[in-house]
Design a protein around this ligand. Structure first.
Ligand code: NCD
Ligand code: ZN
Ligand code: ZN
Length: 435
């Protein structure tokens, strides 16, 4: 098989560590075939799927059932998250051995209504995960304050999109990042901050990194390119957790992505149907929208506009997620992970995003009508075409494999200095008692 790649740019396939493919449970919104074909059409060759499906991924049995579905339908490679909470506490080791790519902890409420552990429970959960080496990805927002405010607005009959504006202060995210980093530092657990939306979260993230906490962070195109200025135009369609913030967050977020404070781009691909996104009461519109297919074109457009160097972009879209989740080829080793997961783009072709042409079942997003530069032509997963000449290779359904088999995450060491002090004291006490 030969391919004429004249005039095309060959990029490492994107690794999107944050997607919701809804299968099993909400397959009217998305399923493994539609979600991974959307990924393939976006040049994304590996996705990590969140556990807020039905039932919530909390036991090895539920995990195995989801693996079976994904194995049968996936066009691209994938990893599965299990939830980290009371319901999975006693299954942490089995889940880690049974094929999760990482754990997901919800510090605040969001789609699927998964309960959030309090600080004490979080500490125990982190202690339990640390020896497995797996990373804990955090929905780091304590939404109770947001829910309270939203309830008041709802009761006051405020139904305009702009009422949404002041309903969700970024301070709850800042507090959550700080708390998660403190507990990670104490327990040694590796953590990842999902959907960083505001300039305010950058301080606790950078501080934790400076203290040596094994912490990474992601942001998405919507936090870099959309703002509260888009609320009136998009209404419920732009409703997402966390909300897009004010435009003055864009510059600091871009800078953080360039200098590596924010490690990677992830989309939080969260599909809902047009009906679910356009309900007349704005508070009843489901949160989230699809993004896995548009991430690379949107970001490559920013690259073309000089907003970001292509090397920084590739680091954020592929290299950093691979490193953070143990998929990066080890020094000197010939390993999968360096296999041919490739996205071939015509970087000069301009086109307009059309929701109706997206491959997600969702077909509604705030990107509709946006002009982009960079058109995907071919996608290869482990050396095989899944998209060729802009068309899906239908026979590749089921080609996708779970990447947990190549993941390498050594146990994390606790950094809790008090433990050492306690041990010394115990030894001294027992010596004194013996003497
Ligand atoms: C996500 C979903 O719909 O599953 N929604 C969202 O607004 N981002 C859940 C989440 O990531 O919080
Ligand atoms: Zn979330
Ligand atoms: Zn999400």
């Amino acid at each position: 098989e030969t391919l004429d790649a004249t005039g095309l740019a060959i990029l490492p396939g994107g690794i999107d560590v944050h997607v919701h493919f809804r299968d099993p449970g909400y397959t009217h919104k998305e399923d493994w075939a539609s979600g991974t074909s959307a990924a393939a059409f976006g040049g994304v060759t590996t996705v990590f799927d969140m556990p807020n499906t039905i039932p919530t991924v909390a036991t090895p049995e539920i995990l195995a059932a989801k693996h079976a579905i994904a194995d049968e339908k996936a066009f691209v490679d994938y990893g599965l998250y299990a939830v980290l909470g009371e319901e999975s506490l006693d299954h942490v080791e089995a889940l880690a051995e049974g094929g999760v790519i990482g754990f997901k902890l919800y510090m605040g409420n969001t789609f699927g209504r998964i309960p959030s552990p309090d600080t004490g429970a979080m500490l125990e959960l982190f202690e339990r995960v640390a020896p497995t080496g797996k990373r804990v990805s955090l929905h780091a927002e304590t939404n109770t304050i947001m829910e309270r405010r939203e309830k008041r607005l709802r009761e006051a009959g405020r139904n305009d999109p702009l009422a949404h504006l002041d309903s969700r202060p970024a301070v709850v995210a800042v507090e959550a990042v700080e708390r998660a980093a403190t507990l990670a530092e104490w327990t040694g657990a590796r953590i990842h901050i999902l959907h960083i939306s505001s300039k305010e979260e950058l301080r606790p993230l950078a501080e934790a990194k400076a203290r040596g906490v094994d912490i990474t962070g992601e942001t998405g195109p919507h936090y870099l390119m959309l703002s509260t200025d888009d609320y009136a135009r998009c209404k419920g369609v732009i409703r997402v957790n966390p909300p897009v913030r004010e435009a003055d967050c864009h510059e600091p977020l871009w800078n953080a992505l360039k200098d590596g404070t924010i490690d990677m781009i992830a989309t939080d691909h969260a599909p809902h149907t047009p009906e679910e996104k356009t309900r007349s009461v704005i508070w009843n519109c489901d949160c989230g929208f699809p993004g896995v297919e548009t991430q690379m074109p949107l970001m490559l457009t920013a690259v073309a506009e000089g907003r970001m160097d292509i090397r920084d972009y590739v680091r954020a879209s592929s290299e950093a997620p691979a490193k953070s989740f143990g998929l990066y080829p080890q020094k000197g080793a010939i390993l999968p992970g360096a296999d041919a997961d490739l996205a071939l783009f015509d970087l000069s072709e301009e086109w307009v995003i059309d929701d109706f042409k997206l491959h997600s079942l969702s077909r509604i997003s705030p990107w509709h009508g946006r002009k982009v530069k960079g058109k995907l032509k071919h996608t290869l997963v482990r050396g095989a075409f899944v998209v060729r000449d802009g068309a899906l290779v239908e026979t590749m359904k089921g080609h996708g494999r779970s990447v947990h088999t190549i993941q390498r995450m050594p146990p994390a060491e606790p950094r809790n200095t008090h433990k050492t002090i306690a041990a010394v004291t115990a030894a001294q006490i027992s010596a004194a008692v013996t003497a």
